[in-house]
Each structure stands twice: as structure tokens, then as C-alpha cells.
Design a protein around this ligand. Structure first.
Ligand code: HEM
Ligand SMILES: [Cu+2]
Length: 658
């Protein structure tokens, strides 16, 4: 197997040894804390075995926060290294590892769980459902995702990180040029996490098609639900491609096949094509739900129905379709010929049309609205101009001929950060400030929220705007340093300072979470924003069964119109029937553990140990097949008691903010 045991722990570098010590200390502290406060049983019952979509959503979001830390620190380290010319803070190898883990973690382990987390919390509520269609599968999705994420993260201290970029192009990522085990982590950890994501996609398609309140037709669905639906379809269309590509990569690296290596008749461009066939739709998998969040937030805080609802839906579908036929724009310079490049150039530019429609719809929603400048709304407002910068530079890059100039420069890096940060990160923040009371029953502090907002948006622009100009002057991406004569130094320095401002903004957000947990006013109303969609119709935090009685939806923005008719809190107790709920299960967590162990052995190319561990996976599948637990019923009495507690809370529907 060729891996020496003394290679397992990466050592030598003070940074790494420091993190190893920090990780051990954190684990010890968590274990000690759980034992001291006797929380193990609680952790197991309430979280590790839960199948409740709201709790699963919260666990996703927590993972997103943790991974933002990790990916953000990677980002700051790179900015520190390039702050001055010819710095020796990180060497070339470290820089390679760090931009690789940064890219993978930010996209797959930060953006994805944040959005899937919000989808989990919100979508069943928005459609008046009791849970997703397959609650246990949902838990399995989360745990597989988490297992993959953790496996990927330990590469930092155990065995060495992948270093071939988040795109992991061949031949660089192959055994010949990357003989260490670092890139095995990429192939295997992403496979495990990807399985979880694929299951999420299937689950949400079925949930949205089959679990809606009976009266809610497709064209009465809230926009966030629409975007989740289309995103799930893209997931189901695109993730299997990645699954196959990663499987072939695993064979190439572990078992000596040559799918992607030229030496024995394979093709490195096959990897590039498969990667981007998944990779470009992946960008829309994270951006569409974000569009959905902005749609909800903008409608709520403009106090108007979303403008152009139908055209919004049509453009989401259009974007989803186009996202599948643009992948070659990532390698125009591979010389596929002018005809091929022109085709992909045109499809890429076409995406600007439905996207532009959406931008105008958001602007028209705000027009003549009574805009409330809540923190959530500020993120949505800042999104529009910042995202337009990302979009317009995208159209510049879409021109194949011009791309020969921009390709592989920091111009591209600036472009996609202008897409991903306003498009995804701002959306996640907007969504968190907006839905936080629904999840936890108290609000995030609005004043701290505004500090967070200003520091983050200013820091973001100061960091990434200079990179456009650096790229145009010829600064290449993925280069760990540059010479003093290049003249790049001042802009790099500005950019590094920007990243510190941005990091302080994120720190304020974390402090806000802490502050709000400790001090925020509890007993916030079930509808603090005077909002429009069904999730605001039920308690905050939501009871485990979501709705005592499935709501009736007469039109778009159903809850808003119900409030207008004064029928929101009226619950006829005689309408309550017993509710069927799924039982908790330890199996998804167990599966994550065995998948993680199997994956770990595969990474180290310990084939026999991996095969033995894989028996554990089979055992899990067998146990599941013999699991006849059909869930349980919540009694009418219990529902009545629960509903009375929150429906009588002082303030009721009138308790709005602002
Ligand atoms: C939070 C602050 C962030 C900072 C300071 C930052 C900084 C950087 C830097 C310096 C690079 C490498 C540039 C080079 O090629 O030398 C990079 C690459 C990258 N970043 Fe970020 N970034 C941040 C956030 C994000 C976010 C939120 C995402 C995605 C959602 C993201 C995705 C990526 C990707 C995919 C790459 C390319 C990695 C590769 O070349 O393989 N970044 N970032
Ligand atoms: Cu693309």
C-alpha cells in the first residue's frame, strides 16, 4: 500500500502542530463538558438520532458556520501570504494545499450546508407539511454529508491535504504527479458527502411534489420553495456525474487504472469535462436557493407581493436548463475550436437574460414599496449591485476570445467571489437573520447585525475589487508570491487589509449569535416580521409536528391574505386530529460512522481494512430493511395543550417589529 505509518501525522510545521494541539484540546473540552453537564443522553436523543427536518436543518447550519471558519481562515492565510511581495509565510506547497481546501470547503462544506440547512428548516413549513417525504433518509443525508466533511477536514493534520486545486485537474491530481495521499481525500470524502447531497435532492423533489398542503398548487408556492424544487432537480441531474467522475478518479489513484491519464490511453480532458458538467450546475445549486431567499426577504420588507411571479419561475427553470450547457466556458483555452467555443460562449451569455429578469423583478418589487431596513433587507439590498458586478464580469469572461486574456488570472477569482459572496453568503446571512426567530424563538440582535453587515460588505469590496485590477495587470491565480518589480504590491496589500475587515464582520456575526442566545428577548411572536408565507403561521420555535391543522391555501402569499381576513390564530380545537410522526433512529448516525471509517482506510489505501469496515455499511442496510417501525401518533390532547401555550402568549399577531 506504500503508505508509511510515520507519514500519517503531518508534523514539523508550527502551524500544523498548533492546530493538532488545538483540535485535541477542543475534543477533550467537548467530551468533558458533555460528561460534566450530563448531556450525552440529550445529545443522542435530541440531535444525533433526530429525524425532525428543523433540527437537521439547524445541524446543517451549525456545520456551515464551522466550515466558514475553516474556509475563512484558509482565505486569510492566503491573503497574509500575498500581502507583501516575496513573503515567506507560506511556501508554495502550503499555498497549493490551502487554496485547494479553501475552494472545496467554501463551496461544498460551507455554501451547501448553509443552504440545505435553510431548505430543511423552511421548505416543509412553507408548504404546510409535517416533515419532508423521507425523514430518515434526510437524517442519513445530513450524516453522510457531515462524515464526508469531517473526513476532508482531517486531511489538514492526518496524512496531508489535497493540493491540486478545487478542480483537481489531471494529470496533476493523478498518482504520477501527486503520489501522496492528499488527493485521495478529495476523491473519497467528496464522494461520501455527495451521496448525502444526492439523497437530499431526491427527498426535496418528492417532498415538494407530494407533501404540499392539498390546496397549494405549484403556482401558489412561495419562491424559496420553487428555487429549492428546481435546485433539487439540478442536484439529481448533476451529482451523479460527479459521483462517476470521483469513482473513476478513485480507481485511477487507488487501483492503477488510466481513465484520466494519457499514458495508457486515458484522457485528462475527460476529467475536466466531467468535473465541469457537474461543477457549473453546482454553482446554480448554490445560487438558486439564494435567489429564493432574497425573493422572500425583499417581498416581506417591501410589504408587497413579489413582482412578476410567473416570470420568476420561468427564469429559474431557464437558468437551470442553461446551467447544463455552458460547462466548456471553463476551458476555452483548451482549443476545442471556434465553433465549440462560440456555442458555449453564446449559451453562457444567454444566462444573463433570465438573471436580468430576476434582478428587474426584485427592483420592481421594491418600487413604491414601504421598505423596512432590517438587517435581512440590508443584505438583500447590497446583494443587487454587488452581484451585478459579478454577473457583468461573468459576461466579460464568457467571450471566448477575451477569455484568453483573463484566463487563470485573479480577474476570474475576483469575478467568482463577486458571484458567490453576494449571491450566496449575503443570502445565507439574510436568511439567517430572517428565519432565526422561527428556528429558535428569539431574534438575532439587529444592531449587531448592522455592524456585521457594514463590516462584511465593505471588507468584501476592499478585498476583491483590487483583484479585478491585479488580474487585468497580469497577476495569475494560484501563485503563492510575486516579485517586487511586478508593481502588484499596493493592490495586494489593500486586498489583505480588506480581508481583515471582512473577518471582523464575521466575528461580529458569531458574537451576535452568542449575545442573542444569552440575552435576546424570548417569547418573540410567531410572526415578528409581519411576513407573508405559511412558516410564520405557526409557533416560534416551531412545535415538532409543525401544524396542528394543515392550513388551507387560497392564493400566493397565503398567510398575508389570511391576516388580512383576520383568520390567522383561529384554531378550532374540534378540527384537531391525531398526528402521525416518524420515530427517531440511530441508524443514519451509525452509517456516517462506518462510511467515515471505510473512507478513512480507503484514503490510506488500506484495502483490507476498508473492506472489513465496509461490512459495517452492509450491516446497516440489512438492519434498515428489517426496520418495521412506522412511527407513532401524537394525541389530540397533547396537540391541544401545546397549541394553547403559544396561542395565548401576550402580543399574538400584533407583535411585529418596526
Ligand atoms: C471569506 C473571505 C474569502 C477570502 C478572503 C477568499 C480568498 C481567496 C483567495 C486568496 C483565493 C486564491 C486566489 C489564488 O488563486 O491565488 C481564493 C480562491 C477560491 N475561493 Fe475564496 N475567499 C473567500 C471566500 C470564498 C467563498 C465564500 C467561496 C465560495 C462560496 C470561495 C470560493 C473560492 C474558490 C472556489 C477558490 C478557487 C480555489 C482554487 O483555485 O482551486 N471563497 N479565495
Ligand atoms: Cu461555469
Amino acid at each position: 500500500m506504500g503508505i508509511k505509518w510515520n507519514e500519517i501525522f503531518v508534523g514539523g510545521d508550527p502551524l500544523l502542530v498548533g492546530s493538532q494541539i488545538a483540535i485535541v484540546l477542543t475534543v477533550v473540552a467537548i467530551v468533558a463538558g458533555l460528561t460534566y453537564f450530563k448531556k450525552w443522553g440529550w445529545l443522542w436523543r435530541e440531535w444525533l438520532t433526530t429525524v425532525d427536518h428543523k433540527k437537521i436543518g439547524i445541524m446543517y447550519i451549525l456545520s456551515g458556520v464551522l466550515m466558514f471558519f475553516r474556509g475563512g481562515i484558509d482565505g486569510l492565510l492566503m491573503k497574509a501570504q500575498t500581502a507583501r511581495p516575496e513573503m515567506n509565510f507560506l511556501d508554495a506547497q502550503h499555498y497549493n494545499e490551502i487554496f485547494t481546501t479553501h475552494g472545496v470547503i467554501m463551496i461544498l462544506f460551507m455554501a451547501m450546508p448553509f443552504l440545505i440547512g435553510l431548505m430543511n428548516v423552511v421548505v416543509p413549513l412553507q408548504i404546510g407539511a409535517r416533515d419532508v417525504a423521507f425523514p430518515q433518509l434526510n437524517a442519513l443525508s445530513f450524516w453522510l454529508f457531515f462524515s464526508g466533511a469531517m473526513l476532508f477536514n482531517i486531511s489538514f493534520v492526518v496524512g496531508g491535504s489535497p493540493d491540486a486545486g478545487w478542480t483537481s485537474y489531471f494529470p496533476l491530481a493523478g498518482k504520477e504527479f501527486s503520489p501522496g495521499i492528499g488527493n485521495n481525500y478529495y476523491a473519497i470524502a467528496l464522494q461520501i458527502a455527495g451521496l448525502g447531497t444526492l439523497m437530499t435532492g431526491i427527498n426535496f423533489i418528492v417532498t415538494i411534489l407530494k407533501m404540499r398542503a392539498p390546496s397549494m398548487t405549484l403556482m401558489k408556492m412561495p419562491m424559496f420553495t420553487w428555487t429549492t424544487f428546481i435546485t433539487s432537480i439540478i442536484i439529481v441531474a448533476a451529482f451523479p456525474i460527479f459521483t462517476v467522475a470521483l469513482a473513476l478518479m478513485t480507481f485511477d489513484r487507488l487501483y492503477g487504472t488510466h481513465f484520466f491519464t494519457l499514458s495508457s490511453g486515458g484522457s485528462d480532458m475527460l476529467w475536466a469535462n466531467l468535473f465541469w458538467l457537474w461543477g457549473h450546475p453546482e454553482v446554480y445549486i448554490v445560487i438558486l436557493p439564494a435567489f429564493g431567499i432574497f425573493s422572500e426577504v425583499i417581498a416581506t420588507f417591501s410589504r408587497k407581493t413579489l413582482f412578476g411571479y410567473t416570470s420568476m419561475v420561468v427564469s429559474i427553470v431557464g437558468i437551470a436548463f442553461l446551467s447544463m450547457i455552458v460547462w466548456v466556458h471553463h476551458f476555452y483555452t483548451m482549443d476545442a475550436g471556434p465553433a465549440v467555443n462560440s456555442f458555449f460562449s453564446i449559451t453562457t451569455m444567454l444566462i444573463a437574460v433570465p438573471t436580468g429578469v430576476k434582478i428587474f423583478n426584485w427592483l420592481f418589487t421594491m418600487r413604491k414599496g414601504r421598505i423596512q431596513f432590517t438587517t435581512a433587507m440590508l443584505w438583500a439590498l447590497a446583494f443587487v449591485p454587488n452581484f451585478v458586478i459579478g454577473g457583468v464580469t461573468g459576461v466579460m469572461l464568457a467571450m471566448a476570445a477575451a477569455d484568453y486574456q483573463y484566463h487563470n488570472t485573479l480577474f476570474l477569482v475576483a469575478h467568482f467571489h463577486y458571484v458567490l459572496i453576494p449571491g450566496v453568503v449575503f443570502a445565507v446571512f439574510a436568511g439567517l437573520y430572517y428565519w432565526w426567530p422561527k428556528m429558535f424563538g428569539f431574534m438575532l440582535n439587529e444592531k449587531l447585525g448592522k455592524y456585521h453587515f457594514w463590516l462584511f460588505t465593505i471588507g468584501f469590496n476592499v478585498t476583491f475589487m483590487p483583484m479585478f485590477f491585479l488580474g487585468l495587470k497580469g497577476a495569475v491565480r494560484r501563485a503563492y508570491t510575486y516579485s517586487a518589480e511586478s508593481g502588484f504590491a499596493p493592490l495586494f496589500l489593500v486586498s489583505a487589509i480588506g480581508s481583515i475587515i471582512l473577518a471582523i464582520g464575521f466575528a461580529v456575526f458569531c458574537y451576535n449569535i452568542y449575545w442573542s442566545f444569552r440575552y435576546a428577548k424570548r417569547n418573540v411572536s410567531h410572526d415578528p416580521w409581519d411576513a407573508r408565507t405559511l412558516e410564520w403561521m405557526t409557533a416560534s420555535p416551531v412545535q415538532f409536528y409543525n401544524f396542528a391543522v394543515v392550513p388551507e391555501v387560497k392564493q400566493l402569499d397565503a398567510f398575508w391574505h389570511m391576516k388580512k381576513r383576520g383568520e390567522t390564530l383561529t384554531l378550532k380545537e374540534s378540527d384537531i386530529k391525531k398526528i402521525h410522526m416518524p420515530s427517531n433512529s440511530g441508524l443514519p448516525f451509525y452509517m456516517a460512522v462506518v462510511f467515515g471509517i471505510t473512507g478513512f482506510f480507503l484514503v490510506f489505501e488500506a484495502h483490507i481494512a476498508a473492506a472489513v469496515a465496509a461490512i459495517g455499511i452492509v450491516i446497516g442496510l440489512v438492519i434498515r430493511s428489517f426496520d418495521y417501525n412506522d412511527g407513532y401518533y401524537v394525541s389530540v390532547d397533547e396537540i391541544k395543550r401545546t397549541e394553547r401555550t403559544w396561542r395565548n402568549v401576550e402580543g399574538g399577531t400584533e407583535n411585529h417589529v418596526g
